[in-house]
Design a protein around this ligand. Structure first.
Ligand SMILES: *[C@@H]1O[C@H](CO)[C@@H](O)[C@H](O)[C@H]1NC(C)=O
Ligand SMILES: *[C@@H]1O[C@H](CO)[C@@H](O)[C@H](O)[C@H]1NC(C)=O
Ligand SMILES: *[C@@H]1O[C@H](CO)[C@@H](O)[C@H](O)[C@H]1NC(C)=O
Ligand SMILES: *[C@@H]1O[C@H](CO)[C@@H](O)[C@H](O)[C@H]1NC(C)=O
Ligand SMILES: *[C@@H]1O[C@H](CO)[C@@H](O)[C@H](O)[C@H]1NC(C)=O
Ligand SMILES: [Cu+2]
Length: 235
């Protein structure tokens, strides 16, 4: 097993004058749909209000629907979202992504409603802000008992946006980190992107940590310095 570690240090400087008591920049959470079989990756997402969960569709013909813990593979009766079906050529990622804005920290479950191949029943499900005890494995077990998956009549609850993948995205990793300035009156966010290219096939993962320490109480804020260390491990 070959292990390569890439350290990437970046400085993020943000200067702003704040008049509100709290500011938090939104983060986008990418989710691959059907990239490696019938699953969402990641399938357990934690997002704060204002963040965006961006579903990126790979080969076959998948969808994403918000459901409930009450009835697996059936759409939520309040709120929710449905991307519609996004048929995609083999080995490709569709240029169209589906973006859902997160409005609260309430748990959300979602599934793929493709019945050709029983995607939901096969475990093509995920959660956002779910508790561990009632999380993706819990929903997966419920879904395994569902007979068919239900699609809402039309796309709603998010935006289909044209967002082509970068070249050779199959070997590109992106990690996003969030840093907070630790004062009682202020929160700031710095975002860093780490990109690595795998030199051989295998699984790869990236982690990033960020720290920030700056800030002033009251009405003005000088800046935030974020130091990001990303490690890419190729197996
Ligand atoms: C994708 O799946 C949906 C639902 O099963 C179906 O209505 C649609 O025709 C499929 N599209 C293609 C191109 O296969
Ligand atoms: C992307 O999805 C659209 C449907 O939203 C479909 O018409 C198109 O053929 C797909 N593109 C690729 C490259 O698969
Ligand atoms: C699935 O169905 C079986 C048989 O009806 C039942 O014993 C089991 O408890 C169910 N599992 C879940 C997670 O609902
Ligand atoms: C958040 O609110 C927007 C605007 O009303 C809505 O389109 C979106 O579907 C909501 N997000 C969720 C996860 O329900
Ligand atoms: C992507 O990488 C492969 C080798 O891994 C190379 O042959 C191909 O030309 C690259 N494509 C682009 C668009 O850079
Ligand atoms: Cu699917």
């Amino acid at each position: 097993m070959l292990v390569n570690i890439l350290f990437l240090v970046s400085l993020a400087l943000q200067a702003s004058a704040q008049t509100q008591t709290q500011t938090t920049l939104p983060t986008t959470h990418p989710v691959s749909v059907g990239r490696e079989g019938l699953n969402f990756e990641p399938n357990s997402i934690y997002a704060k209000p204002g963040d965006i969960v961006e579903f990126r569709f790979w080969a076959r013909n998948h969808s994403v629907v918000a459901g409930t813990f009450d009835r697996a593979c059936v759409p939520a009766t309040r709120g929710g979202f449905f991307s519609g079906f996004i048929p995609t050529a083999a080995g490709a990622r569709n240029d169209t992504v589906f973006r859902v804005t997160i409005n609260s920290t309430d748990p959300i479950v979602f599934y793929c409603s493709q019945n050709t191949g029983s995607h939901c029943k096969s475990g093509m499900v995920g959660t956002i802000n779910a508790a561990e005890a009632r999380g993706v494995d819990f929903y997966k077990a419920l879904a395994a008992n569902a007979s068919t998956a239900v699609s809402p009549p039309r796309v709603f609850g998010g935006q289909l946006v044209l967002s082509p993948p970068p070249p050779n995205s199959s070997t590109t990793l992106t990690s996003t980190s969030t840093a907070s300035a630790s004062t009682s009156t202020l929160t700031a966010t710095s975002t860093a992107t780490a990109t690595g290219t795998a030199s051989r096939s295998g699984t790869a993962s990236a982690t990033a940590t960020a720290t920030a320490g700056a800030g002033a109480k009251g009405a003005s804020f000088a800046g935030v310095v974020g130091v990001v260390v990303a490690a890419l491990v190729f197996a």
